[in-house]
Every structure is written in C-alpha cells, then in structure tokens.
Design a protein. Structure first.
Length: 117
C-alpha cells in the first residue's frame, strides 16, 4: 500500500499563489503516476493535474493550464502543485492520488484551498 499526506492548503486572496505538497510512503516503488484532484462543494471530483512517475510527462485540466504546475521529487517521494493566479473558482478540497502497478489508486485525506475574491 501507499500512504499519502498532503500539506500546503490555506486561505488566500484572488491572484495569490499556493504550493501544495504530497508526501508518499509505503510501497513507493509501485507508483506509476501521481496527481491532484479537487472537489468543490456540490460538484464532482475532477482531475487537476497528473505526472508520470518515471517520465515526468504531465497533463492538466483546461481550467488550470498556464496557472498550475505539477512537479515531482522521486528521491523524496513527493509531488507538488504550484498554483498561481488563483481564482475563487479554484476553491476546493484538493486530494493527492497515486496510481500503482496493477491499477489501484491511493488517496490522501485532502487539504482545503479557499480563494477569496
């Protein structure tokens, strides 16, 4: 199994930046990709960004392209989400997720990001 712990959420104003961090532990050698989902009240959970653990290739939701950057540190088993030019619509609970060999996914407990206008 893989355990994930997020940090870095908080309350900011529109236009500000935040960096989320996710630390993975356990069977980190089984990780194939990692990413960030978010869920706003009354909305479905959506994929924000993902990164291949081996190649580093990335993908982003259209709503965050050009503003958010996902990165990884394999040596420290961490993934980051740099969020710039934050908007009130970015307000959500952000979850770190790890995909592993065999297709399972592991989730962190989430970190709240609130952007005030």
């Amino acid at each position: 199994q893989v355990q994930l712990e997020e940090s870095g959420g908080g309350l900011v104003q529109a236009g500000d930046s935040l960096r989320l961090s996710c630390a993975a532990s356990g069977r980190t050698d089984s990780i194939t990709n990692m990413g960030w989902f978010r869920q706003a009240p009354g909305k479905e959970r959506e994929l924000v960004a993902s990164i291949s653990w081996r190649s580093g290739s990335t993908s982003y939701a259209d709503s965050v392209k050009g503003r958010f950057t996902i990165s990884k540190d394999n040596a420290r088993n961490r993934v980051y989400l740099q969020m710039n030019s934050l908007k009130p619509e970015d307000t959500a609970e952000y979850y770190c997720v790890a995909g592993v060999f065999g297709g399972n996914r592991y989730w962190g407990q989430g970190t709240q990001v609130t952007v005030s206008s």
